[in-house]
Write a protein that binds this ligand. Structure first.
Ligand SMILES: [Mn+2]
Length: 357
């Protein structure tokens, strides 16, 4: 396991590489070309510039989150191959730059969905939260406006204003994309990119849908153990793997986090580890990483990753906003740094116990 930290890039992130470098045990960042347009190939010189900026700070790039998959590929439009070729170019350029892990998702229209970006907790910290009631009460084309006021001036990943401006057209584009079609389109995409992944040893790591159920009638397919197993078997290449995101996959209380980690042994290439606190099965808020602050057994989750030989990058995920920090919701420095250190503490204890047996 390699502890990492997500970084959106200079100009997009309130956290600096220098600050990340000072978090104990963190040597790598998970980053992206934040202003890239889904569907277009990433140029080698832009990747090189990003890489040298990260390395100049004493860190390295441990993986990319995300190389977004454009709607044409997800919908399966007649011109999708052109976009898949661009994705292959991006992977080639990343591979040439020595980058070996790429996170992506295959969710229609919306990326992750929350209904509050700053719910106040008893201790005065704020967290992102979700209630199904709030989702059901709001027109999907308005949800962006309702969240935008709370994002502290930062652009949330997956919620870019240009994209949200055409949300009605996106809904139309996906109107006949049922779960089977979406899944088939994902398999088509993965089969097309596996040769370049094999050539450069790039691990593709799909992010679970968040929340792990259908929102606004849109198809969602990365939601359960059965679906994850179906995917890894449909394209049975070790480079076709999973981002195990506890806070996304775990939104659905029917999902057994620990059991799923064991079931996916060898196919988890990236881990997002965070905790959720449930008020009801469809009303949850993000918590501090500590087991006692939420409903997940973080020890059992980390132990399952350890026991299955997980050796990829791990990162703390969304944190609370604490100590008056002003940052992109979920992506402040302080609480995620606490999470990074806590997770490493669990890992060290599990490792030493295993070795002393
Ligand atoms: Mn995640």
């Amino acid at each position: 396991m390699e502890m990492t930290f997500r970084w959106f890039g200079t100009g997009f992130d309130s956290v600096s590489l220098k600050q990340i470098r000072q978090i104990p045990g963190v040597e790598g960042v998970i980053t992206t070309l934040y202003d890239s347009v889904p569907g277009e190939a990433w140029e080698a010189d832009k990747i090189a510039a990003l890489k040298s900026e990260v390395e100049a700070s004493g860190l390295k790039i441990s993986g990319i989150e995300s190389v977004n998959v454009c709607d044409e590929i997800k919908v399966g439009t007649p011109d999708r191959d052109r976009y898949i070729d661009n994705y292959i170019k991006t992977l080639t350029n990343l591979g040439e730059a020595g980058i070996h892990m790429v996170c992506y998702n295959f969710m229609p229209v919306f990326d992750w969905t929350r209904t509050e970006l700053a719910r106040k907790r008893k201790d005065g910290s704020t967290v992102m939260a979700y209630t199904q009631e709030a989702i059901d009460a709001i027109d999907p084309t308005k949800i962006f406006d309702s969240l935008n006021a709370d994002c502290n001036g930062y652009i949330l990943p997956g919620w870019e204003p240009e994209r949200m401006a055409k949300v009605k057209a996106l809904f139309e584009m996906y109107s006949d994309v049922d779960e089977k079609k979406l899944f088939d389109n994902l398999v088509y995409f993965l089969k097309a990119i596996m040769p370049v992944c094999d050539k450069y040893d790039i691990n593709m790591a799909i992010h679970p849908d968040d929340p792990a159920w259908s929102v606004y009638g849109l198809s969602r397919i990365i939601t359960s153990k059965e679906q994850l197993l179906k995917l890894v078997q449909a394209v049975d290449n070790p480079h076709n793997g999973i981002t195990f995101c506890t806070g996304s996959y775990g939104t659905n209380l029917n999902n057994d986090l620990v059991e799923t980690i064991y079931a996916l042994k060898g196919r988890i290439h990236f881990a997002h580890v965070r905790n959720l606190k449930f008020n009801s099965p469809t009303d949850f808020e993000e918590a501090a990483h500590l087991s006692s602050d939420g409903d997940f057994d973080m020890y059992a989750i980390v132990k399952a990753l350890y026991d299955t030989g997980f050796d990829g990058p791990m990162r703390p995920d969304h944190g609370r906003m604490i100590w008056d920090e002003v940052a992109m919701p979920g992506y402040g420095l302080y609480d995620r740094a606490l999470g990074a250190v806590y997770l490493q503490g669990l890992w060290e204890a599990i490792d030493k116990s295993a070795k002393n047996k």
